[in-house]
Design a protein around this ligand. Structure first.
Ligand code: SF4
Ligand code: SF4
Length: 334
């Protein structure tokens, strides 16, 4: 446990949290929507500080990040809690729980996490992932500062639902982001995730403006966000606001948590992938094993420059300068 950042005392022993756009007001002994920040004795406490639900070395492609040090490994950690409540959550065991209910985690001090990251000489750095890192903000930023001082790279895999002040505090310490853009209507966010669209768009703009590596994931859910006009509006917005080189991972949905809608058909996924490619240079399919849509194609000559089969990566088509070895076109890779 640790006293939280970004809260104010508002009288009568109540506090207001300003970490994310919910801006929860919490009476004594109450928790916020994320279930991991609690008003104890009139102060806001981050209850999940140091609590790891998972800590392991993963391929960077698993985040997913396809244009950020492809083929590398990164120490990936997660805690518990989330500030959204998506009814299709695939990580609900860790995202929709509290420290009272979750009894199988282990505690690591920030310096223990950083030491572990250094155990493996080829390790790229530390990825904050699995549950929503915003809700373990204090833990994340302390680890990220230490690892950055040692020259490691940091990655944040997030739903993007964070207020601008904390985002700007953490931005200097994070090198690569994968942000979920779950749909392009506020009604989807309100009804299915308990969030709002606009703060996520603001997060994407801020990351892009800061010049950080940014990839986006969109989970395509039949009957929920599969209107072609809405999707086209979304990819056009990404192109216009963030740039046509922004990497998009279009992911296949499977039933999970409270959602029993049938899985996304491959036909729908491929159709949307083709549409996205009319706007963006790098579009990949997620949750589809063995698909050619996981290869990186040169936008100049159309040849494969990085081939992927699962987490087996070959970068045969890129020269040491980061250009396509067939036509010399620049491939946008960090
Ligand atoms: S981080 Fe948690 S407590 Fe704070 S505003 Fe968001 S949901 Fe509420
Ligand atoms: S944002 Fe991610 S972790 Fe949180 S509830 Fe939604 S799907 Fe689950």
């Amino acid at each position: 446990m640790r006293q939280a950042l970004y809260f104010e005392e508002i009288g009568n022993q109540e506090v207001q949290c300003h970490l994310c756009p919910h801006n929860c007001t919490l009476g004594l002994n109450k928790r916020g929507n994320c279930r991991v920040r609690k008003n104890i004795d009139g102060k806001l406490i981050s209850e999940n500080f140091g609590l790891c639900s998972s800590i392991q070395f993963d391929p960077i492609e698993k985040k997913p990040l396809y244009h950020f040090y492809p083929g590398s490994h990164i120490l990936s950690i997660g805690s518990i809690g989330c500030n959204l409540n998506c009814n299709f959550c695939q990580n609900c065991e860790i995202s929709q729980t509290s420290v009272d209910q979750y009894l199988t985690g282990h505690y690591y001090e920030p310096e223990d996490v950083v030491s572990k990251a250094r155990e493996y000489p080829e390790n790229l750095g530390i990825a904050f992932t699995y549950n929503e890192p915003t809700v373990y903000f204090e833990y994340m930023i302390e680890i990220a500062r230490q690892s950055k001082d040692l020259g490691m790279k940091n990655v944040m895999v997030s739903n993007g639902f964070i207020n601008q002040d904390p985002l700007h505090e953490v931005l200097p310490y994070i090198d690569g982001f994968n942000i979920d853009l779950k749909a392009f209507t506020d009604s989807f966010y309100k009804n299915i995730t308990n969030g709002n669209l606009e703060p996520v768009k603001e997060t994407l703009r801020a990351i892009s403006k800061a010049g950080k590596h940014l990839e986006i994931t969109n989970l395509l859910i039949p009957s929920q966000n599969d209107e072609l006009d809405e999707f086209t509006g979304m990819v056009a917005w990404i192109r216009d606001e963030l740039g046509s080189d922004t990497v998009l991972h279009l992911s296949r949905y499977f039933p999970a948590y409270k959602s029993n809608i049938q899985k996304t058909s491959l036909g729908l996924l491929f159709n949307f992938c083709e549409t996205a490619r009319q706007y963006l240079s790098y579009v990949y399919l997620g949750n589809v094993t063995g698909s050619e849509s996981q290869n990186t194609i040169c936008s100049g000559c159309g040849k494969i420059v990085i081939s992927r089969y699962g987490y087996f990566i070959q970068k045969n088509g890129i020269d040491p300068n980061g250009n396509c070895s067939h036509c010399n076109n620049k491939i946008v890779i960090s």
